[in-house]
Ligand binder design. Structure first.
Ligand code: IPE
Ligand code: IPE
Ligand code: MG
Length: 250
C-alpha cells in the first residue's frame, strides 16, 4: 500500500474536536490558566487550515460547554472576550479562504454584543463553498437533544405531526447540524477519555481518538496523525502520514 495513492474518500468527512488541556498546559509553565486559552487560538488556526487543505467537509470545535459557566467568573469573562476578539480578527481571513463559519449552541446566554458579532460572521460567510467550521459555544449534547424534542413537541401541539410518525430521522432533522453528515472522527486532546456532553447523537458511530497532547501544543502534525489513525482503523491497512499529507492542497 505504501506507494499507492490514497483517495480523498478515505478521509473523515466531519471531524469534531474537544479542545482540552489549556489550563494544565499553562500551569506547567507556571502561568495562569488564561495564558493557555490565549495560546489555544493558534492551535485553532492551525487545525482549521490543515483540515481545509486536506479537503475535510466540516469541522466542529468545542470551545465552551454549557457546563463551563461554572468556572470562575474571571476565566469565563476572559473566554468571552477572547471569543469576541477572535471573531473580529479572524473572520475576514476565513471569508477570504471561502470557509463558512457557524456557531452552534444556546446563543441566548451571550451578551448582545457577542450575539451581534456572531450573526455578522455567519452572515458574511454563509454562501462560502469551502469547509464548514462549526464552533460549539454554550453547547451541550443533552441541550441539543432537548431543543430538538421541544420543537418536535411544538409541531405535535400544533397538529403538524402525530407522535406515531416520530422516527430517529425526525429527531436527527431537528438537531443542530442536521444538514451535515454525522461525525466520523472525534478527537479529544488533553488526555481525558470522556465526551463531556459534546455531541451525543452525532457521535453514535464516530471513531474516538484521545491524545495526551494539550490543546495549545496541537498542530498540523497532530491532526495528520489523528487522520492517519482514522484511515488505518477504517480501512485496516497501513497508510502513512506522508500519504495523508500528499492529499493536502498547497
Ligand atoms: C479547554 O481547556 C478549554 C475550555 C474548556 C474553554 P481547559 O480550560 O479545560 O484546560 P484543563 O482541562 O483545565 O487543562
Ligand atoms: C470540555 O472540556 C469542554 C471544552 C473543551 C470546551 P472540559 O475541560 O470543560 O470538560 P471536563 O470538565 O473535563 O469534563
Ligand atoms: Mg478541561
Amino acid at each position: 500500500m505504501q506507494n499507492s495513492q490514497l483517495s480523498q474518500e478515505a478521509l473523515p468527512q466531519h471531524i469534531a474536536v474537544i479542545m482540552d488541556g489549556n489550563g494544565r498546559w499553562a500551569k506547567e509553565q507556571g502561568k495562569p490558566r488564561v495564558f493557555g486559552h490565549k495560546n489555544g487560538v493558534s492551535s485553532v488556526r492551525k487545525t482549521i487550515s490543515t483540515a481545509a487543505r486536506l479537503g475535510i467537509k466540516a469541522i466542529t470545535l468545542f470551545a465552551f460547554s454549557s457546563e463551563n459557566w461554572r468556572r470562575p467568573e474571571d476565566e469565563v469573562g476572559l473566554l468571552m472576550e477572547l471569543f469576541m476578539t477572535v471573531l473580529t480578527t479572524e473572520v475576514k481571513k476565513l471569508h477570504k479562504n471561502k470557509l463558512r463559519l457557524r456557531i452552534i449552541g444556546d446563543k441566548s446566554r451571550f451578551s448582545e454584543r457577542l450575539q451581534n458579532k456572531i450573526a455578522q460572521a455567519e452572515e458574511l460567510t454563509k454562501d462560502n463553498t469551502g469547509m464548514l467550521i462549526n464552533i460549539a459555544a454554550n453547547y451541550g449534547g443533552q441541550w441539543d437533544i432537548t431543543q430538538a424534542t421541544r420543537s418536535i413537541a411544538e409541531k405535535v401541539a400544533h397538529g403538524e405531526l402525530v407522535p406515531s410518525d416520530i422516527t430517529e430521522e425526525t429527531i436527527r432533522e431537528h438537531l443542530t447540524m442536521s444538514d451535515i453528515p454525522a461525525v466520523d472522527l472525534m478527537i479529544r486532546t488533553g488526555g481525558e477519555c470522556r465526551i463531556s456532553n459534546f455531541m451525543l447523537w452525532q457521535l453514535a458511530y464516530a471513531e474516538l481518538y484521545f491524545t495526551p497532547t494539550y490543546w495549545p501544543e496541537f498542530g498540523e502534525e497532530s491532526l495528520v496523525e489523528a487522520v492517519t489513525w482514522f484511515v488505518n482503523r477504517e480501512r485496516r491497512f497501513g497508510c502513512t502520514g506522508e500519504q495523508i499529507k500528499a492529499l493536502m492542497e498547497k
